[in-house]
Design a protein around this ligand. Structure first.
Ligand SMILES: Cc1cc2nc3c(=O)[nH]c(=O)nc-3n(C[C@H](O)[C@H](O)[C@H](O)COP(=O)(O)O)c2cc1C
Ligand code: SF4
Length: 819
């Protein structure tokens, strides 16, 4: 074999040189050379196997060619030598420097080079499993020799493909050495590179987790509260494992719990007081922070937890600025360390509410453990669409407009050619598109979606304009449509061409009971997903599971639904108010509508030409239909609390206040709600022609409203500007009959509404009024107290010109918003 190698090398080399000299192709020469190399390598492998199985030989040497050379020098060699220096004699160190000397072996660093025996190189021990099997006995048998073997990789498990939520790593594997493995984070990254909303689902169900109630206490309150939590959870018979109660101060090393975790299915409930003086918690928080910033620690070690939640105790009266600040910090750092918040942070003032609130929080937590809804882990506020204002949006249809496809004939019957289909079948592109946008499609024609304001209010970051104008609690409001189809295709619609359009109902009909039950389920499941979002206020979160208001708008035309009246009555039976928005294209349905809490009609333009341009209605007699609707409001429906809703689009419908005043005269609404359009993104594919240039600034909306009101007053119509929500570019003009004794009463007394409704007596909008609070009045901005205003970054789609403009103005368009 050796002779062959030498002679072979020389002759192959000579042949190749001759071949090239006579004009042979370099690539072919290279192939021959490589082939020869592989052949020699395999031959070497065979020799090495023999060496391993022969202790005799092992003492003297180790590899093929080197073996031969080694005999001359009496030494040995490592594979490393193959790579580089060649030469006779001994083995090389990693860098191949030890080319001579008697006997030898190499370690990884080449230092242990003495001895006449032999050794294995690092490469031998790690290459593959077969080699490992050979190497281990070799080392055992070589124990008489001064051999160093690097075992680092010998017992390493083959890497497994991970999917879903990362698994728990054992203590040994990860963090004691503070060299944990980076766990992959499942995030939805947008084109802009930002993390979008992501849902997490735990590997373990919450009920099969091992709960650790961890607390710290100076004066006993937190210790008592922790016991309450512990007792309550222990009594939860569905829980598989009995919870454990631990004092944080008793832990010898926080890393055992906050870098490593004590069990694969660990779930932490922390009960923490706050002290503005030095206390043991300071060290705990410092440790969390240090670990989060320590590059040696796995970036997300607490991903190993099934989840966590924090209950903070404090005193909001004496320490308003620092109320529960340490619990908040713990909550923050644990989430930074990868913890998955399964329930909102509790903040309890022990001076005012104390034990009752602790019980409440604990009961809610216990309830939450019973379901395993996915939890939003990352939350991207910018990912929310601008569907916040409840326009009765209309739409084009990517399947094609359906007005011409058929439907009912003149007698209102379905033509035989048309079998009755589902409006939005589960396998349709429309369904996919809607669900992709965050809608829950209920049955085959209804939809529900949690709006941005509902989320904002849950997080104490502001409420929608209907809070300022009418007293709606955004966190208890469900936005729903029983008809995803519409009879217009408004230019400002934000549904991006996903919902079907039609003049009439021509689909399968779902029962109202079914829609309401499943809409509530869908809404609550979306609320539940919010429980992991930072800043969710536990109290609001709890109340959000009792929907109080229903905005019948979203996309589509709710009044198209054949059982709309029954649906509204079902809402009322459940104590849910009804805010019904319609597009003034269905006078018959409007005439027959039952009592609702507030009845809207959209007035998207004041003249026939402009209305056609803005609404792009399907009906040819769209103008006459709208006029008829206005007259119905003034007559048949004049007991209702009626609202004209104007959506201002620059360049489309902001010019003619006089023509608007004509319409007000026809319809005599109680209120006129004026709102600047919001930008609904690109017009790709849905024929939406709007750009940011069409979005009015708040100053422009105010100017319009002032001119409009002046025109109404000039005509002897008693209207005035009552309230505002500057953040939404929204203002309310009200009939002055709502100004009672000099004070505006645009808010609604919802309890009174239900009392009146249930009495069975006739009543009007004047019977359930409430005073408009000071902060909501025009001139005061309309930002609801109890929320913290957050200044949001501009959206990526915003055009530069508008950004500049907004930054120089006191208000901005709704997209550049101050929230
Ligand atoms: C000296 C002192 C400082 C405190 N500082 C704060 C504080 O900064 N923020 C807060 O919310 N509560 C503060 N508190 C209130 C405690 O957090 C509250 O009484 C808590 O229930 C105490 O829990 P413990 O009895 O388990 O120690 C303070 C109380 C004391 C006595
Ligand atoms: S009324 Fe309800 S659905 Fe509409 S924006 Fe306000 S909170 Fe959202």
């Amino acid at each position: 074999m050796d002779g062959f190698s030498l002679a072979g090398a020389v002759s192959v080399g000579t042949l190749i040189a001759a071949y090239l000299y006579f004009g042979g192709r370099f690539s072919i020469a290279l192939v021959i050379l490589v082939g020869y190399g592989i052949y020699c390598n395999e031959a070497g492998g065979q020799v090495e196997e023999k060496v391993i199985s022969s202790p005799e030989k092992k003492k003297s040497c180790c590899s093929d060619k080197k073996n031969a050379d080694g005999e001359k020098t009496g030494g040995c060699c490592s594979e490393k030598k193959k790579n580089g220096a060649g030469g006779g004699g001994c083995c090389s160190s990693k860098d191949g420097k030890k080319k001579s000397g008697g006997g030898c072996c190499s370690s990884k660093d080449g230092k242990k080079g003495k001895g006449g025996g032999c050794c294995s190189s690092k490469k031998k021990t790690s290459n593959d499993e077969n080699e490992n099997v050979d190497v281990v006995p070799q080392v055992q048998e070589s124990k008489n020799f001064p051999v160093t073997v690097d075992f680092t990789d010998v017992f390493k498990k083959p890497a497994k493909k991970r999917s879903g939520t990362p698994k728990v790593f054992s203590k040994n594997n990860s963090s004691k050495s503070k060299i944990g493995k980076k766990l992959s984070v499942s995030k939805k990254i947008g084109q802009d590179g930002l993390i979008k909303t992501a849902l997490t689902i735990s590997n373990e169900t919450l009920l099969s987790s091992q709960i650790y109630v961890l607390y710290s206490s100076l004066q006993g309150a937190a210790s008592k509260a922790a016991t309450t939590v512990f007792d309550k959870l222990t009594g939860l018979y569905e829980l598989v494992n009995k919870p454990k109660l631990l004092n944080l101060d008793d832990l010898s090393d926080f890393d055992d719990y906050f870098v490593d975790v004590p069990a694969e299915n660990a779930l932490y409930v922390l009960v923490l007081p706050s002290y503005d003086i030095d206390c043991p918690l300071d060290y705990f928080l410092q440790t969390l922070e240090e670990n989060a910033n320590d590059f040696r620690v796995d970036s997300f070690p607490l991903r190993k937890l099934v989840g966590y939640t924090v209950l903070g105790l404090g005193d909001s009266e004496s320490w308003p600025e620092k109320f529960c600040y340490q619990a908040k910090r713990a909550d923050y750092w644990i989430s930074r360390l990868g913890g998955r918040r399964i329930f909102p942070l509790g903040e309890i003032c022990m001076k005012t509410s104390g034990n009752t609130k602790i019980e409440e929080w604990t009961s809610l937590l216990a309830e939450t453990l019973k379901d395993d809804e996915p939890i939003i882990y990352e939350y991207d506020e910018n990912a929310d669409s601008e569907e916040d204002e409840g326009e009765e949006d209309n739409g084009s249809d990517e399947l094609g407009d359906v007005e011409d496809i058929g439907g009912k004939d003149n007698n209102g019957k379905f033509s035989s050619a048309d079998e009755i289909k589902q409006m939005v079948a589960k396998d349709s592109p429309t369904y996919k598109n809607l669900t992709k946008q965050g809608y829950k499609v209920i049955g085959s024609h209804s939809g529900v979606k949690i709006c941005r304001w509902t989320k904002n209010e849950l997080r104490g970051k502001g409420s929608c304009y209907k809070k300022s104008l009418f007293n709606i609690a955004s966190s208890r409001c469900m936005e729903l449509t029983p008809s995803l189809a519409c009879s217009s295709k408004c230019v400002f619609c934000w549904r991006h061409g996903t919902n079907p359009v039609s003049k009439n109902w021509r689909w399968e009909v779902d029962e109202p009971e079914y829609i309401l039950e499943n809409a509530l389920k869908g809404h609550y499941s979306m609320i539940k997903q919010m429980r992991g979002v930072p800043g969710v206020i536990a109290e609001r979160f709890a109340k959000a599971f009792e929907v109080r208001h229903c905005a019948l708008s979203l996309v589509g035309e709710p009044i198209l639904y054949p059982h709309i009246n029954k649906f509204v009555q079902l809402l009322h039976q459940k104590g849910i108010t009804s805010f019904l928005v319609c597009n003034a294209q269905h006078p018959e349905a409007l005439r027959n509508i039952v009592k609702v809490t507030q009845l809207y009609v959209s007035i998207d333009a004041p003249t026939k030409t402009e209305l056609k341009k803005v609404d792009r209605p399907l009906y040819k007699d769209f103008w006459e239909r709208m006029v008829e609707c206005l007259e119905i409001l003034k007559t048949v429906q004049n007991h209702q609390r009626t609202v004209f809703r104007l959506t201002l689009v620059k360049g489309f419908n902001m010019g003619d206040v006089s023509a608007y005043a004509d319409l007000v005269q026809r319809g005599s609404p109680c209120f006129i709600e004026v709102k600047g359009a919001t930008f609904s993104g690109s017009s790709d594919g849905n024929g939406n022609p709007l750009t940011m240039q069409n979005i009015p600034f708040y100053e422009e909306c105010i100017k319009f409203v002032k001119a409009f009101t002046a025109e109404l007053q000039r005509r002897g119509l008693y209207y005035d500007i009552a309230a505002e929500h500057a953040h939404s570019n929204c203002l309310l003009i009200a009939d002055t009959k709502f100004k009672i004794n000099g004070e505006w009463h645009t808010h609604i007394d919802f309890d009174k509404f239900f009392v009146l409704l249930n009495s069975g007596k006739d009543f009007t909008y004047m019977d359930y009024l409430e005073k408009t609070p000071e902060w909501a009045l025009f001139g005061n901005g309309g930002f609801a107290p109890g929320n913290v205003r957050v200044y949001r970054k501009d959206k990526k789609n915003q055009n530069k010109e508008n950004q500049d403009k907004s930054s120089s103005s006191s208000y901005s368009s709704s997209n550049n918003n101050i929230y």
